[in-house]
Ligand binder design. Structure first.
Ligand SMILES: O=C(O)C1=C[C@@H](OP(=O)(O)O)[C@@H](O)[C@H](O)C1
Ligand SMILES: C=C(OP(=O)(O)O)C(=O)O
Length: 414
């Protein structure tokens, strides 16, 4: 798919895209309780989650109702995922807790992503792994209720262990610091506890005391990280955007913090009763920010930093290299294509902002990374641009290109 974006001024009111992080968590909850998701958006990552729970015996009706089996078992000998790191790294501890033997594989992108920390944490505790990357054969059954795991690679393993200890009727996770992407661990705990579980986090230790979970029947809430690209269409092209379907931002730093981040960079950016309202500014301020707790925001912050009046610094970029693409290189490449200079300094990306009228026209690839395509599409609003392999947005938001059109953005899809 090739998308041609023409210079546009975005404006309008739009529903936030569904949170794939929450959708995946809710689908995995069907291991324990009935889950009905209304109007579920079937992104590639959500389809990965559906296929994962089907392989564990969950009955799926109309791709929206998920009914737990009487007994959890690994029913398939081979599970083929597309590209979801969240599904993969949540699934591995779950399979270890259920026990059995299965081969997991994924896309070329997913095969490049590490699973080292969960393999070293569970190896020799009843479970054996054929590799620390895909394709991976898992055999055996976890025989402990307390696990120590490094937190420096991915929070997704800890999410998976929380599910695993619900299967094993309780347990303890000790995270060896640093605890990276902590906002996603807090999201998992919050979702479980809101449905009746009893999970406590105390420093770097998590105690799981499972209770019977209530059923879930409802919508998937909006995603701040994905919605931030809609907000950026207005901020970059001097328009105003209202995004609805978002929950009240939490106190801890996470994807929802982008509302405040854009405000701190000079935009009008406020949350009122489920709506995020953004209005452009004539001038944006540079920012210095550590994104280790919410790494997905790097792309959106880079987008506004590109036209900020000064030098911005995005810190803790190391783990961006193990996402769907090496996002440090992807961001640098996309910015450079549109005429924005940046450089790597230790564990930071330094971005030299420019006046928006100095941005260039560009033809870019998205490096098989949905968020890279979204960043490029935003920067193309000034002088235009072409995005190659633009179907990559289907990983998280298949509606992305049509949603941009609904925001008065002139683009054609070939
Ligand atoms: O748990 C989740 O839903 C996610 C966790 C994060 O990954 P890491 O914990 O590997 O940083 C994030 O990048 C990903 O998009 C979604
Ligand atoms: C990295 C991402 O997701 P995942 O790790 O689930 O592939 C993402 O959505 O940017």
């Amino acid at each position: 798919m090739i998308v041609k974006v023409h210079p546009s001024k975005a404006s309008g009111v739009i529903r936030a895209p569904q949170s794939k992080s929450i959708a995946i968590r809710l689908i995995f909850l069907s291991l324990f309780t009935k889950v009905k998701l209304n109007n579920l958006l079937l992104s590639d990552d959500v389809i990965d989650a559906i296929n994962a729970v089907k392989a564990l015996g969950v009955k799926v009706e109309n791709e929206s109702t998920f009914i737990p089996p009487d007994k959890l078992e690994v029913k398939e000998k081979y599970i083929r995922l597309k590209g979801s790191g969240t599904v993969l790294r949540t699934l591995i501890p779950i399979i270890a807790a259920i026990g059995g033997e299965v081969v997991i594989d994924g896309s070329e992108s997913l095969r490049k992503r590490p699973i080292r920390r969960v393999v070293e944490a569970l190896n020799n505790f009843g479970v054996t792994f054929s590799s620390d990357s895909l394709p991976l054969k898992i055999s055996g059954k976890l025989n402990v209720n307390s696990v120590k795991i490094f937190g420096d690679e991915s929070s997704q393993y800890i999410t998976g262990l929380i599910y695993a200890f619900h299967i094993l009727n309780g347990g303890k996770i000790e995270i060896i610091p640093p605890i990276s992407s902590k906002s996603y661990i807090l999201l998992t705990i919050d979702i479980f506890n809101k449905l009746g579980s009893d999970i406590k986090i105390n420093g770097n230790e998590i105690y799981i005391n499972p209770n019977k979970l209530e059923e879930y029947n409802g919508e998937v809430p909006g995603d701040y990280g994905l919605a931030s690209f809609y907000a950026l269409t207005g901020l970059i092209s001097e328009g105003n955007i209202t995004i609805y379907g978002l929950w009240k931002p939490e106190k801890y730093f996470g994807d929802h913090s982008i509302v405040e981040i854009f405000r701190n960079m000079g935009a009008f950016s406020e949350y009122y009763n489920g709506k995020w309202i953004v209005k452009h500014s004539d001038k944006y301020l540079p920012i210095k920010i550590d994104i280790d707790d919410a790494p997905d925001l790097a792309m959106s912050i880079a987008g506004l930093s590109a036209i900020a009046d000064g030098i911005s610094e995005i810190q803790s970029i190391r783990r961006l290299r193990i996402k769907e693409s090496d996002r440090v290189n992807s961001i640098k490449n996309i910015l450079a294509s549109y005429g924005i200079e940046s450089e790597i300094k230790n564990d930071s990306l330094i971005i030299f902002g420019k006046r928006r009228d100095l941005l260039k026209y560009a033809i870019t690839d998205c490096f098989n990374d949905h968020r890279v395509a979204m960043l490029s599409s935003i920067l193309a609003l000034i002088k235009g641009g072409i995005i190659l392999n633009a179907e990559c947005v289907n990983k998280s938001n298949p509606n992305y290109w049509q949603d941009l059109i609904s925001l008065n953005i002139k683009l054609s899809i070939e």
